[in-house]
Design a protein around this ligand. Structure first.
Ligand code: ADP
Ligand code: MG
Length: 777
C-alpha cells in the first residue's frame, strides 16, 4: 500500500488526470498501445507511472511483474521526474529510479525507471524484447525527437513479438504494453500510420481546466527581441498585479544576459537598499530583512551549451524582420489586467532606466532555466519565490512542455528558437534562430493559464505569426545526422532501414548518407547476395559505447601502446563539448563600450591560459589541447578553483570525468586486453602515444578530411602562408571552400596541408571546428 504525504495528496487532487485513472488503466489492459494527450501540467508524467504502480505493474507476484519504464527526451526531466515520483510515493530512489548517460540510481530493485530515450534504445541493442519491462511509457512524443521516433518504431515491433510469444505460451512470456504520451493532440503520425500500428491505438484525452490566456501581439516585429523582452518585463513588473513572469528566449547567453540586467535593476539587494535608504531619509525604523539569504550571483551558473551555442558568435541567419512595417491593432481586447500595448512605444533601453524603476518596491526573484544548468539549479523554479517578491523565469524551450513552473501568470514569448539543421549530402550543419511553430507558440502561451487567467505577450506581429509561422515544428529526424541511430538499428538486426516503420520517414538521401558514413567507418558492410548492409564486428564493438559512431571507432581502434585511457579522455571531451569559456561569456568580447583595467587584465590572462594548454604534441591539434586541459585539471585535484583560474566550466569537467569512468568500465568488458583501468590522473602521453592518438583520430574522422585548396590546385609545392586566417580548404563531400574556425589553435598558425575536423558548420563562412593536423611524421 502507498503512503502519500498530505501535501502530495492535496497537490494530486488538483491534477485533471486523476479523474481518468480508471479509464487509463482499462485502456492499457485492453489495448497493447494507448495514446494519452493532455496539456502540460495535467499530471501525465508524474501520475501515469503511479497509476500503473498502484495497479500492480512491476510487482513480482502480479500479472505484470516487469518494471515500468518511462522515457524522456531530456536528462533533466528524467532525473527530476524520478525524484518527484519517488517523493510522491514515499519510496526510495532504488525503487523509483533514473538512468541517464552520466548517472543512474537504477538497480536490481528498481520498479519504476525514468530514463532518457537514448538509454532505452541502447538497452534494446542488448535485449531487443525488453524482457525486464511490462510497460514502456514514451513521454513527450509530440516533440518528435529523433530517439523518441525511433523508439516508437522499434517498440511497435517488440510489442508484436512479445504478444506472439505469449500467445504461443512461451515460458515466462508476457505481453509488453506501450503508452505514448503527448502534450498536444497532434498524434496522427503515430495513430494513423498503419505501417506503425495496424490497429489504430485509442487516444485518451485529458480535459484540462486551462484558464483563459489573453494574447497580445506586438504591432511591429523587431530584431532586438532581448531588449524588447526586458522592456516588457519591466512594464509588467511595474504595472500589473502579482504573478510570475516566464520569458522565452533562444539560448543560454541571452538568458544569462537578461537575468543579469533584471537582477541589477530589481534584484532583492537593489530594492532592499533603495527602500532602506528611503526609510533612513524619512527616519523610519529599519526594514525587517525579508530575505535572509541573498541570492547567488547568477553568473556563477553560466555554462555554455557548446553543442548549440557554438554558433552564437556568427549568426547571420537572423530571422527576417518581415513584420517590421506592418501596423496593426491588438489581436484581442485586453482586460483591465493587461498592459495597454497601444498606449506608447516602449523605449527602455539598457542605459535609459527612466524614472519608473524608482517607484518599484517589489524585488524580482530572477531564475535562469536552460538545459545545461545543473539539475539542482533547475529545480529552483519549483520552489515558491521569497515572500513579497515576483518570480521571473528566463528560459529556453525547456519550459515549453517538459517542466511546469508553478505560479506563472505572464508569458513573454520572443517567437524564436534555436534550431539545428543538417545537409545530408555534405554533412554540413547550420544553427539558426528560426521562428517557432504556431503549435509551440500556443504551448508557450498556455504556460500563463495554469493557475488563473493570464497574459501572453508575443514580441512579434500577428501578421508575421499568420504568414510565417509553420503549423508545427519539423520532426528532428528530418534535421539531424542519423548515422548513430542507423548503427543502433543495425545492431538490433533491423537491416533494411528503408522498411523501418518511421513515424515520419526521412528521405532516402539521408538514409543513404548514414549508410555511407557507417560503411566508410567499417561499421557495416554488404555481403554478397544480401540486399542491405549488416553490422560488422567492428560496428558491434563501436556500438557498445554510448557515443557517436566515429568516436566509438576511435575507442575500438585505440588499444595499442597503452593509448586507450587517452583515447577515452579525448572521446569524453569531444562528446561533452569544449569546456573552455568563450570570450563573450567572460564579458571580453568588446561589447561593453569601455573596457576596464580589470577586463583588460582578464583578457590577457584568458589568452595566456589558452596558450598554456596548447603545447601538447607541438600545438597543432585542438583535440590535444582538450586532452591537455583534462590532464591539468585532474592533476590539480579537479577543483573548481582550477576551473576559475583557467576559464573552464566545472560542470563540463565533471561530466567529462563521469563519461571517462563510464567508457572505461565498458572498455574493460569489451576490450579487456587493453587494460583500461580508470585513473583520473593521466600522466602526459609520450611521443609514441601521441602518434597513435593522431592515427586513431584520423581513422575516426576518415571522411572528415580537409586539404588546403592551393595544394589541391597546384600540387604539393603550394603557397606560403603566415597564418591560417582566410586560407581556403577543400573538404570531402563539401562543395564550397571551408575555413579553420577562429576558435582553433591553428587559426593563428601557418596552415597545415591536411587536417581532420570534428565538425563543419555553416555560419558567416563554412567553418571547420576542432581540427587536428594529421600529416605529421
Ligand atoms: P505533465 O507531464 O502532464 O506535463 P507533470 O506530471 O509533469 O504534468 O506535472 C504535474 C504537476 O506536478 C505540475 O503541477 C508540476 O508543477 C508538479 N511538479 C512536477 N515536478 C515537481 C517537483 N519536483 N516539485 C513540485 N512540483 C512538481
Ligand atoms: Mg510531462
Amino acid at each position: 500500500s502507498i503512503s502519500r504525504s498530505d501535501d502530495v495528496r492535496a497537490a494530486r487532487m488538483q491534477l485533471p488526470i486523476l479523474a481518468e485513472e480508471q479509464r487509463i488503466l482499462e485502456a492499457v489492459l485492453l489495448h497493447p498501445v494507448v495514446v494519452i494527450c493532455g496539456q502540460t501540467g495535467s499530471g501525465k508524467t508524474t501520475q501515469v507511472p503511479q497509476f500503473l504502480y498502484e495497479a500492480g505493474y512491476g510487482h513480482t507476484d502480479s500479472q505484470n511483474p516487469g518494471i515500468i519504464g518511462i522515457t524522456q527526451p531530456r536528462r533533466v526531466a528524467a532525473i527530476s521526474m524520478a525524484a518527484r515520483v519517488a517523493e510522491e510515493l514515499s519510496l526510495p530512489p532504488t525503487i523509483v529510479s533514473h538512468q541517464v548517460r552520466y548517472e543512474a540510481t537504477a538497480g536490481s530493485s528498481t520498479v519504476v525507471k525514468f530514463m532518457t530515450d537514448g538509454v532505452l534504445l541502447r538497452e534494446m541493442a542488448a535485449d531487443f524484447l525488453l524482457s525486464r519491462y511490462s510497460v514502456i511509457i514514451v513521454d513527450e512524443a509530440h516533440e518528435r525527437n529523433l530517439n523518441t521516433d525511433i523508439l516508437i518504431g522499434t517498440l511497435s515491433r517488440v510489442i508484436k513479438l512479445r504478444a506472439e510469444m505469449w500467445l504461443q505460451g512461451k515460458a515466462g512470456a508476457k505481453p509488453l504494453r506501450l503508452i505514448i504520451m503527448s502534450a498536444t493532440l497532434r498524434v496522427s503520425d503515430f495513430v494513423e500510420n498503419t505501417i506503425l500500428f495496424n490497429i489504430p491505438p485509442p487516444i485518451i484525452e485529458i480535459e484540462t481546466r486551462q484558464h483563459p490566456v489573453t494574447i497580445h501581439f506586438d504591432r511591429r516585429t523587431r530584431s532586438d527581441y532581448v531588449t524588447q523582452a526586458l522592456a516588457k518585463a519591466v512594464k509588467i513588473h511595474s504595472r500589473l498585479p502579482p504573478g510570475g513572469i516566464l520569458i522565452f528566449l533562444t539560448g543560454q547567453q541571452e538568458i544569462v544576459g537578461l537575468c543579469r540586467k533584471l537582477e541589477r535593476r530589481f534584484g532583492y539587494q537593489v530594492i532592499h537598499k533603495k527602500l532602506e535608504r528611503r526609510r533612513r531619509e524619512t527616519t523610519l525604523p529599519p526594514l525587517p530583512n525579508l530575505f535572509p539569504q541573498p541570492k547567488e550571483e547568477i553568473l556563477s551558473s553560466s555554462r555554455a551549451d557548446w553543442d548549440v551555442e557554438v554558433e552564437e558568435m556568427e549568426f547571420n541567419n537572423q530571422a527576417p524582420d518581415l513584420g517590421a512595417d506592418i501596423d496593426e491593432g491588438r489581436e484581442q481586447n485586453s482586460d483591465n489586467d493587461a498592459l495597454d500595448t497601444d498606449e506608447e512605444e516602449i523605449v527602455d533601453s539598457d542605459n535609459n532606466y527612466g524614472t519608473r524603476d524608482n517607484d518599484i518596491e517589489v524585488p524580482m526573484h530572477v531564475l535562469p532555466l536552460y538545459s545545461l544548468l545543473s539539475s539542482e539549479k533547475q529545480m529552483a523554479v519549483f520552489k515558491p519565490p521569497p515572500e513579497g517578491s515576483r518570480l521571473v523565469v528566463v528560459a529556453t524551450n525547456v519550459a515549453e512542455t517538459s517542466l511546469t513552473i508553478p505560479g506563472i501568470r505572464y508569458v513573454i514569448d520572443c517567437g524564436r528558437a534555436k534550431e539545428r539543421n543538417y545537409d545530408a549530402a555534405s554533412g554540413v550543419q547550420t544553427f539558426q534562430i528560426s521562428w517557432i511553430s504556431k503549435a509551440s507558440a500556443a504551448q508557450r502561451a498556455g504556460r500563463a493559464g495554469r493557475t488563473g487567467p493570464g497574459h501572453c505577450y508575443r514580441l512579434y506581429s500577428s501578421s508575421l505569426f499568420e504568414h510565417y509561422f509553420d503549423e508545427h515544428s519539423k520532426p528532428e529526424i528530418l534535421r539531424t545526422p542519423i548515422e548513430g541511430v542507423v548503427l543502433q538499428m543495425k545492431c538490433m538486426h533491423i537491416d533494411a532501414i528503408v522498411n523501418f516503420p518511421f513515424p515520419t520517414p526521412p528521405d532516402r538521401t539521408r538514409l543513404q548518407r548514414a549508410e555511407l558514413v557507417l560503411t566508410r567507418l567499417g561499421a557495416i558492410e554488404k555481403s554478397l547476395g544480401k540486399r542491405s548492409s549488416q553490422i560488422t564486428d567492428l560496428g558491434l564493438l563501436m556500438s557498445a559505447f554510448p557515443v557517436e559512431p566515429r568516436l566509438g571507432k576511435m575507442l575500438a581502434n585505440g588499444t595499442q601502446h597503452g593509448c586507450l585511457p587517452y583515447v577515452i579522455a579525448v572521446v569524453a571531451v569531444l562528446t561533452v563539448g569544449d569546456p573552455f569559456l568563450r570570450e563573450e561569456e567572460l564579458g571580453l568580447d568588446g561589447q561593453d563600450n569601455e573596457e576596464s583595467e580589470d577586463q583588460r587584465r582578464r583578457r590577457a590572462l584568458f589568452f595566456e591560459k589558452q596558450k598554456l594548454h596548447s603545447q601538447l604534441g607541438g600545438g597543432r591539434s585542438d583535440a590535444f589541447r582538450l586532452l591537455s586541459i583534462i590532464g591539468a585539471f585532474e592533476y590539480a585535484g579537479g577543483s573548481t578553483e582550477f576551473c576559475r583560474e583557467h576559464f573552464i566550466r566545472p560542470k563540463a569537467m565533471e561530466e567529462i570525468r563521469k563519461l571517462r569512468r563510464q567508457l572505461s568500465a565498458i572498455a574493460s568488458s569489451v576490450l579487456p586486453q587493453a587494460d583500461p583501468q580508470f585513473v583520473a590522473k593521466l600522466p602526459p602521453p609520450n611521443a609514441l602515444q601521441l602518434k597513435v592518438l593522431r592515427q586513431v583520430l584520423a581513422a575516426g574522422f576518415i571522411d572528415q578530411v580537409a586539404v588546403r585548396k592551393d595544394i589541391v590546385e597546384k600540387g604539393p609545392s603550394g603557397n606560403k602562408y603566415a597564418s591560417s586566417r582566410n586560407v581556403a580548404y577543400r573538404a570531402v563531400d563539401v562543395e564550397e571552400d571551408v575555413f579553420i574556425h577562429p576558435s582553433s589553435i591553428l587559426y593563428h598558425q601557418p596552415p597545415p596541408e591536411y587536417i581532420v575536423y570534428r565538425e563543419i558548420v555553416r555560419g558567416t563562412r563554412t567553418w571547420l571546428k576542432i581540427v587536428t593536423v594529421v600529416n605529421v611524421a
